[in-house]
Design a protein around this ligand. Sequence first.
Ligand code: AMP
Ligand code: ZN
Length: 112
Amino acid sequence: MDCLFCKIIKGEIPSSKVYEDEYVYAFNDINPMAPVHVLVVPKAHIKNVDEINGENSANIAKIFEAIPKIAKACSLENGYRVITNCGEDGCQSVMHLHFHILGGKKLPETMA
Ligand code: AMP
Ligand code: ZN
């Protein structure tokens, strides 16, 4: 399958790794929107939130167990934002589920 983030997880495309475990891979966004901008992805290929179901949701739990560890490693003691974009109206550009961790500054209140 021609998936950018699957290739990053496999090491076929280089990335700036922040965290990895059996289920989760996290790396710095190539086009950061905040001083800290990390992408957290399941190693399993799940397209987006629309494809989460009872069969694969354990991967999502693993992601949310990893996020506080990543936030701590990135010194985000003062807080951060977690975002996932889904589908065309959500402006999802890479079709492998990913959660953006944004922080390192006071973020704008508005989201849309
Ligand atoms: P989204 O628009 O929510 O699908 O987010 C995709 C994100 O992937 C964007 O923030 C891009 O900057 C980021 N991105 C695209 N290619 C790479 C790459 N090779 N390494 C790291 N981040 C990437
Ligand atoms: Zn993928």
